[in-house]
Ligand binder design. Sequence first.
Ligand code: NAD
Length: 463
Amino acid sequence: MTTIIREIREQFNPANPAECIGQVELLTVDETKAIVASAHQAYREWKNKSSVARGEILRVLADLLEEEIDLVAETASREMGKTKNEMIGEVKRGASILRYYAQEGMRATGEILPSANEDKILYTKRVPLGVIAAITPWNFPVAIPLWKIAPALVYGNTVVWKPSIEAALTGKLLGELFERAGFPKHVVNVVQGRGLNVGQVLLEAPEVKAITFTGSNGVGQSILNTAGSTNKKIQLELGGKNAAIILADADLKSAAKLTIEGAMKQTGQRCTATSRVYIEQTIYDEVLALLIEETKKIEVGVTMGPVVSRGQYENILAAIEKAKSEGAELIFGGEPAFNETQGYYIQPTIFKNVTHEMAIAREEIFGPVLAVVKVKDYEEAIQLSNDSEFGLSASIYTENIQKAFDFIKRSEVGLVQVNDETGGAEPQAPFGGVKNSSTGAREQGQAAKEFFTTMKTVTINTK
Ligand code: NAD
């Protein structure tokens, strides 16, 4: 008999760091390898099931998720700090994603093409890849895993999913729902563990045909280094430094409200969060006053949760100190909201007079911090907003239709918003960025087919 000694991880509530909210057992490297092998076995039957039947199980999962909305939202909220209301919104979004991909099982999987020879039938057919490894972050502990796993499954792949260790209890709960929904054994597998061992196994396993990853640029790069030379397909959704531009002709009140929502929702811990705003000089003071007015409405501890962990808390406070030392002018917040023992809460923070060279204008902070930059005009704003290593999302606030269309054309991002905040995605729309924000095919909507399938071209000679 072999005794397996697993590491036990205790999860603590970032809103009350002394409160242990549960434990998870982390898998060993050998156990992870065995699970990947089982997912490979399960693929043989799963790929032959009709896509309609595969979609039906996703529909059952959507129902279950809605039934358990309170439990899932509460668990995730206590584990990673998003407010319960924010989590309820995310769980609903998770259910919509599942319903969208449940229907996908009934949609076309190829097209018929005309052949030059009238006796030939020529068509394409989408086919699955095999075992997919999904590696996900903590900041959308329900929606991001589901928008990877649901399309992977409906197109006939099996999945090995590694949730972030910071969202392990939520991952465990979702794993139980997958089981209750009726997926055959090992079609979808949750592997709990650290990136450097369990994650690494997924990158190296020969049975894994594709890796879909959302997380930081550093880890994304190491995935490219490890798996890039193999034949695995790779999809990376990484960081952002999303800009908003407010022009003098905009509805300023609405622009300020949406900019603050974009920056502070989910405590700024969204890859699409607004983290820099360029304001035309003629309206600069007026908009600053409106930004402050909107920020005062946020109730830390009620409408704004803590940041996820002590590490993240320290990183964000360090970024705030750096901004001060570089000469940015603090006009709101900038401090822990309470004593650290009362939770990892940081005040919503705004800096004005930020210049383009400062770290706060260029580096992802992933916290409730907004950098405000004064610009001469639209032209300067678009140039500065594009001068970034990132290219995930960007917004413009204007009533001028020519400028709006010019922005749509010239903005170097994957997601463009006009008169709306930089975040926000719908299950049917492709999601992803350019530059260092993304690598590989887009996620979500019909675009997901590109990553999770390959194509067969079939010719039938009828004579
Ligand atoms: P992270 O990169 O630290 O971790 C992401 C996942 O990778 C976790 O599951 C982690 O365990 C795993 N991992 C870590 N090292 C690994 C390794 N060597 N091999 C394999 N797996 C490994 O990111 P995070 O802190 O969880 O999330 C925050 C980051 O995610 C931010 O940079 C944010 O911008 C980004 N993000 C991007 C998007 C997007 O769609 N572009 C969405 C959400 C979050």
